[in-house]
Design a binder for this molecule. Structure first.
Ligand SMILES: Cc1ncc(C[n+]2csc(CCOP(=O)(O)OP(=O)(O)O)c2C)c(N)n1
Ligand SMILES: [Mg+2]
Length: 374
């Protein structure tokens, strides 16, 4: 009888840029200059948008909104590394990912106003915001499987939170993706909180990246507030997937600087000292310092970017508010190829109601649906 070690996977962590914007020469990475500048611009633009969206919600001009403040690097960069033919499946906290792929932010505002025209932003390989946590993970395995069967060279990249990595969907998706060696990339945005549940209480595992090993999937933890490390990890995972080497899990260790959503008050369950400590690792000034050190950025360029970004955000808000009100009857469309009878009846009832309202007549009481409900 012998006791042998049959598996000894190690989980690595990648960090390249210090919070002061200095580079670790031993693991330096060669991000092309235009890409670096594009990453910085997009992070700044989405941050301004995020701030504005919060104000709109507080003014009653937007519904519940999930901020991405502090997570700009882990949001924007993986999506930016994709090609147009690739699939992107963001979560509800996905504004940065969509924006990196070219979505006009007016659609994000429409979506968070509860208007389903917000999902018609015209990028057919970007799936819609996933509100139920984790249900998209197996769908991503499905997209990657289809891509492998077709041999079209595309990959599927998705995001999930630290809390979502505890769900059964994650297990099912990774089992499948690992077994079929699929071109799928799972980016865990470990922002340290799942609403009010801290990361420490979420899983006994030391890292979330190491979970990948149990499925035969490549797993790597990166400093998710380090734009260079996120870029290096994302490009590597995408290249592996495209070369037929299978799926990856990238755990981006970052921090949700804001509330869970505008419906939350995070001061009730976490200390301001914790938040302040994470502000020092903020990815946006971190990259700016690095760009300045390389002579690629200065005060004048920063001011020009802020002016241009403010104008872009204002134009998107104006475009959002200029949309004509939605037709309430739209809620019945596109759910079924052939709608079941209760929906057909309800639609007819609503249509009648809307006609009465339009005529300013008194609204009649609706007749109950005829005895077919249990
Ligand atoms: C299936 C399902 N269960 C519960 C919820 C309610 N819910 C919304 S966000 C959330 C926590 C998610 O935390 P995490 O995965 O860490 O993502 P984060 O919000 O931090 O980005 C929960 C439980 C949901 N949206 N869907
Ligand atoms: Mg979280």
């Amino acid at each position: 009888m012998a006791l042998e070690t049959v598996s000894q996977e190690k989980t690595q962590r990648l960090e390249i840029l210090s919070p002061e914007g200095c580079i670790d020469a031993a693991v330096s990475v060669d991000v092309p200059e235009p890409v670096l500048l594009d990453i910085y611009r997009k992070m700044v633009e989405i941050r301004l948008f995020d701030e504005r969206a919060i104000k709109l919600q507080r003014q009653g001009r937007l519904g519940t909104y999930p901020q991405i403040l502090g997570q700009e690097a882990s949001q924007v960069i993986p999506a930016l590394c994709l090609e147009p033919r690739d699939w992107l499946v963001p979560t509800y906290r996905g504004q940065g990912a969509y924006y990196a792929r070219g979505m006009q932010l007016r659609y994000s505002l429409l979506y968070w106003a509860g208007d389903d025209r917000g999902v018609r932003f015209g990028q057919e390989r970007d799936m819609i915001f996933s509100i139920p946590v984790g249900t998209h993970l197996t769908q991503v395995a499905g997209l990657a499987w289809a891509s492998k069967l077709k041999g079209d060279g595309s990959v599927a990249l998705t995001y999930l939170g630290d809390g979502t990595s505890s769900k059964g969907d994650f297990h099912e998706a990774l089992t499948f993706a690992g077994q079929f060696k699929l071109p799928a990339i799972y980016v865990i945005e470990n922002n340290h909180w799942a609403i009010s549940v801290p990361r420490e209480r979420q899983a006994a595992a030391k890292t979330l990246a190491q979970k990948a090993h149990g499925y035969g999937v490549f797993g790597l933890q990166v400093d998710g507030n380090d734009p260079l490390a996120v870029w290096a990890a994302a490009t590597r995972a995408i290249a592996r997937a495209r070369a037929g080497q299978g799926p990856s899990v990238i755990e981006c260790e970052t921090y949700r600087l804001g509330h869970h959503t505008t419906a939350d008050d995070a001061t009730r369950y976490r200390s301001s000292a914790e938040v302040e400590a994470w502000k020092r690792k903020d990815p946006v000034p971190r990259l700016r310092r690095y760009l300045e050190k390389r002579g690629l950025w200065d005060e004048a360029r920063e001011n020009a970017l802020l002016d241009q970004a403010q104008a872009m955000v204002q134009a998107e808000v104006d475009a959002y508010e200029a949309f004509p009100p939605p037709n309430p009857l739209d809620m019945f469309s596109e759910n079924y190829e052939r709608a079941p009878w209760p929906l057909v009846e309800q639609r007819a009832q609503l249509e009648k109601l809307l006609e009465f309202k339009a005529d300013r007549q008194e609204v009649p009481a609706l007749p109950p649906a005829e005895g077919r409900f249990p």
